[in-house]
Write a protein that binds this ligand. Structure first.
Ligand code: UD1
Ligand code: MG
Length: 500
């Protein structure tokens, strides 16, 4: 029988995505365990790798590979896990395993949601590495649904196989059994313990074999758990042994059981992501120090400096550069924009050829239009800087619109908050705001107006006007020579009082 829903073409074009009508494979993601070795209040599968919770990886990979539906088995921290999965896979189905009695028991909880699927893809919620391409290849390879073998198990060769289930095969490579480490140790089977080919916890099973397994499985093992791995023995006993699909890269299928493995998985996926970016034409200066989240888009001919972090749904267009140590979240950076070192951007839009920093903080709602400039020690929030407008030094602009080519002097502060409400400041085009100015909102500065340095603006300024609020300067001739500090010190020395 040929399952037309899965072939290499479908996988690469994504034609079988989501609820592909032709596919008859259901994916089950095991994510009910607590993950005690993480020592965390957060369920293990919600710990993040490169900004993405562990459980999202198998869910998204399965969907992208084209399964007809995804069932996530939840238990420990189920509300949190469900909410998190729903945010990326609104159509995912949840099955509850109220007591964690083993991996076969977890699959049992999902059976009611299999629909008419003929094969079942089982993935672990704590293995973030497999790509959708690997899973698509597994689905397309001869195995359940396409050949005599009712079971394919993804295996890998472990540098240190301690703790993993070992793959026991016959001379033809047929899978006879999967033996858990603890059971091999208990039985004194050093031959099995010496085996380095391990079970990755990823399976493709014909539904009939799985149903039989779930009926027959018993917890007669070292851990007293219902092992899904017994499926291998049942298939072999029925004279139809499973096949092993050996992952080329062991790192791709290593699980996360503690914080050290979490850090390793993070480093691995960061490297993989950075390699993809470099191959796509992005220059990374010291790639080991750069973090780019999965939902970030970076175009060719972008330059990222060391220690740059890009997260959320940020986009960086061709020709932009981001300097060392800058952190960008959910922001859009246009072509040719230059972000200098050590800036923080959150939900900001940086227009074409605009410049930012060093040491600038663009908070949510900041929009810099073409060639606008925000310089060092400037903070902006809900603020638009028009084309060519500049705020070069030491400034706070909150709830503010600045027209094109206006210049905001050093030390300008919008007083946007009266302690209860926020108010807007509207600055027209080609306005010159002198240094150390306070703009008490709400206020409007008309086009081509000028504000003298040191002014506290409390009323609107008409177009073309000069606003000045500082007290007029008075010079008292000779005052300092007679009464200034140096004059007094000199007088004290002369009278022999010495210095204090
Ligand atoms: C399992 C395999 C082992 C394999 C290893 C690969 C079994 C018996 N052993 O061991 O052969 O080498 O994965 O990483 O399957 N889970 C539930 N409900 C449960 C128990 C587990 O949902 O009752 C989930 C966990 O949340 C986790 C996954 O299943 O995501 C695997 O469970 P875990 O306890 O980590 O199994 P391992 O000991 O790693
Ligand atoms: Mg595990």
């Amino acid at each position: 029988m040929t399952d037309v829903g899965f072939n290499a073409e479908t996988a690469s074009t994504g034609a079988g995505r989501l609820h592909g009508e032709r596919s008859t494979t259901v994916a089950v993601i095991l994510a009910a365990g607590q993950g005690t070795r993480m020592r965390s209040a957060l369920p293990k599968v919600l710990h993040e790798v490169l900004g993405r919770p562990l459980v999202h990886f198998p869910v998204l990979a399965a969907l992208e590979a084209g399964v007809s539906r995804v069932v996530v088995v939840v238990g420990h921290g189920r509300d949190q896990v469900e909410a998190s999965v729903r945010s990326v896979a609104p159509d995912a189905i949840f099955a509850v395993q109220s007591e964690q009695r083993g991996t076969a028991d977890a699959v049992k909880a999902a059976v009611a949601h299999f629909g008419d699927a003929r094969r079942v893809l089982i993935l672990s919620g704590d293995v973030p590495g497999p790509t959708s391409a690997t899973i698509a290849a597994l689905l397309a390879a001869p195995g359940p649904g396409t050949s005599a073998s009712p079971l394919t198990v993804v295996g890998f060769t472990a540098a240190d196989p301690t703790g993993y289930g070992r793959l026991v095969t016959n001379a033809d490579g047929g899978l006879l059994a999967i033996v858990e480490h603890k059971d091999a140790a208990k039985a004194g089977r050093t031959d099995i313990l010496a085996e380095t080919r391990c079970n990755a916890g990823i399976y493709l099973v014909e539904r009939d074999l799985l149903s039989e397994t779930l009926t027959r499985v018993a917890g007669d093992n070292a851990q007293g758990e219902l092992y899904l791995t017994d499926v291998a023995r049942f298939a072999a006993e029925a004279g139809r042994p499973g096949r092993v699909y050996l992952a080329g890269d062991a790192a791709e299928v290593e699980g996360v059981n503690d914080r050290a493995q979490l850090a390793q998985a993070d480093a691995r996926l960061r490297r993989r992501r950075n390699l993809e970016l470099m191959r796509a034409g992005v220059t990374l200066l010291d790639p080991e120090r750069i973090r780019v989240g999965f939902d970030v888009t970076v175009e060719a001919d972008v330059v990222l400096g060391p220690d740059v972090t890009l997260t959320g749904r940020s986009t960086v267009a061709s020709g932009a550069s981001i300097g060392q140590g800058t952190v960008v979240k959910d922001s859009r950076i246009a072509g040719g924009a230059e972000i200098l070192p050590y800036c923080v951007l959150d939900d900001a839009d940086v227009g074409p050829r605009a410049t930012v920093g060093p040491f600038a903080h663009l908070r949510p709602g900041t929009r810099l239009l073409e060639k606008a400039k925000v310089g060092n020690f400037v903070e902006t929030k809900k603020t638009t800087l028009g084309r060519g407008a500049k705020a070069s030094h030491l400034t706070y602009l909150g709830d503010c619109d600045v027209g094109e080519d206006s210049n905001i002097g050093a030390g300008t502060i919008t007083c946007n908050y009266d302690g209860v409400n926020k108010h807007r400041t509207r600055i027209g085009a080609r306005v010159f705001v002198g240094s150390n100015t306070e703009l008490v909102a709400p206020c409007t500065l008309g086009d081509e107006s000028v504000v003298g340095a040191g002014t506290t603006v409390t009323a609107d300024v008409p177009a073309g006007a000069l606003a000045l609020s500082r007290a007029p300067q008075v010079n008292l001739d000779g005052w300092a020579a007679r009464r200034g500090p140096f004059a007094r010190k000199r007088a004290r020395t002369a009278s022999g009082q010495g210095e204090h």
